[in-house]
Design a protein. Structure first.
Length: 92
């Protein structure tokens, strides 16, 4: 049985549970979904928090990586590394 589902309207190239949005509380997570042209962040209950078109050219791969904390007690944050089929690399 499915707890919830969300239609993002394009093929998901990459999915991960992370803290991508800097405005999240330290105990919150979200789902990062990278589509063929669009970046989505999805709330833990399935609602779309952010939708951003990031490339006119199809995305070929993506990986989310953890950033070093700004202070010892800071909540973790992550960046996204994306490559396209025409050879561009973007850091988001």
């Amino acid at each position: 049985q499915v707890d919830w589902s969300t239609n993002i309207g394009e093929h998901a190239m990459y999915l991960c549970a992370t803290r991508f949005c800097r405005s999240l509380a330290s105990n919150q997570m979200e789902i990062l979904a990278v589509g063929e042209h669009t970046l989505f962040t999805v709330k833990e209950n399935g609602g779309i928090r952010l939708q951003k078109r990031i490339s006119e050219h199809a995305i070929s791969s993506a990986v989310c990586y953890r950033l070093p904390p700004e202070t010892p007690d800071a909540a973790p944050s992550f960046n996204l590394l994306v490559s396209t089929h025409i050879g561009h690399i973007m850091i988001i």
